[in-house]
Design a binder for this molecule. Structure first.
Ligand code: SER
Length: 319
């Protein structure tokens, strides 16, 4: 059986920079093409400079490498998106239409579209958001994701495109810094702890949000993409759960390793965004359809993050 040729769009971002290595390990570096606005310092596979608003260039890359799968990871996130809601909507949705149309024209077999907990808002069960919750997002980012989920379903029904999608919780990773999200504090806090610096949190201490460790997020993504088509019953986007915690709970966990770590709280505009999101997610459909089961709880994630960040900063110090 021929191996797919996979294009990652947004390969420098928080998910992309980890996914590129993960996919190269699985499919081989000759079958993965990374793309982003700027060339990264290191890349395990071929890289193409791509501004995904440029549909002509995108089509050229798809033709050149006979691309059969696209992972579309480029987007403006929830907090940054509020600086300019209309541009956020334009960028997030127009780039997706480019991908959908190029995929249709060039017979791309599978597309991965990342949605988010940001699709939830008013009238959601905050204790355990149901798969079929009413979607009334409060951010431009959330609106673009909720609309795009429905366009995914539309392209599947209308044109038979095999689009698969997850509503990612906040992703915790060490490979790169996230940019512009409301859940970013939970990455930044680990960096400050490892660097022996005090941390000022932009959310309240009791703001519980759904999160997921990067290894779980990558495993969920590829498991979904590799699942037999008949097992995929949701063509908008699957609820996905990892671990839920608040700033005070993650701090308590870090204090077990760094007892002198100091955290203060200065909630800003991002608090309102966090307050509109659920605290935890019901991912029963992902478990049922393709066997999802997360492996990282808060303790395991904290230990792993701190080990990786220590390694990263020591390497830098000695470089
Ligand atoms: N992590 C994202 C954000 O905070 C949510 O998808 O915007």
């Amino acid at each position: 059986m021929a191996i797919d040729n996979i294009l990652i769009i947004g390969s420098n971002g928080q998910v992309g920079s980890a996914l590129v290595h993960y996919l190269c390990d699985i499919y081989g570096e000759n079958h993965v093409i990374a793309s982003d606005l700027r060339e990264p310092e290191q890349c395990p596979c071929r890289f193409e400079q791509l501004d995904v608003t440029d549909a002509v260039k995108l089509a050229g890359i798809v033709r050149k490498y006979k691309i059969t799968q696209i992972y579309h990871l480029a987007a403006i996130l929830s907090a940054k998106g509020e600086n300019d809601p209309l541009s956020t909507w334009d960028l997030n949705t127009q780039t997706y239409f480019n991908i959908l149309e190029v995929s249709r024209a060039h017979h791309v077999k599978k597309i991965f579209f990342p949605s988010s907990i940001a699709v939830f808002g008013e009238h959601v069960n905050r204790e355990k958001a149901d798969q079929w919750s009413y979607l009334m997002p409060t951010t431009a980012y959330g609106l673009s994701k909720a609309a795009s989920e429905n366009w995914s379903n539309y392209y599947h029904i209308r044109y038979g495109l095999d689009i698969r999608s997850l509503r990612y919780p906040g992703i915790i990773s060490y490979q790169s810094m996230p940019g512009g999200g409301t859940t970013d504090y939970a990455v930044d806090i680990y960096h400050k702890a490892v660097l022996n610096e005090a941390f000022t949190c932009f959310l309240r201490e009791d703001s519980t949000l759904p999160m997921i460790y990067i290894d779980d997020a990558l495993r969920a993504t590829v498991n979904l993409m590799e699942a037999p088509e008949k097992q995929i019953s949701i063509r908008t986007s699957y609820n996905l759960s990892g671990v839920s915690f608040s700033p005070e709970e993650i701090t308590a966990e870090i204090l077990k390793i760094y007892p002198d770590f100091s955290v203060s709280y200065q909630p800003d505009f991002r608090q309102k965004i966090a307050d509109s999101w659920p605290k935890s997610i019901d991912d029963a459909m992902a478990r049922l359809d393709w066997g999802w089961n997360p492996e990282y709880d808060l303790t395991k994630m904290t230990k792993t993050m701190i080990e990786h960040l220590n390694e990263k900063y020591q390497l830098h110090a000695h470089a």
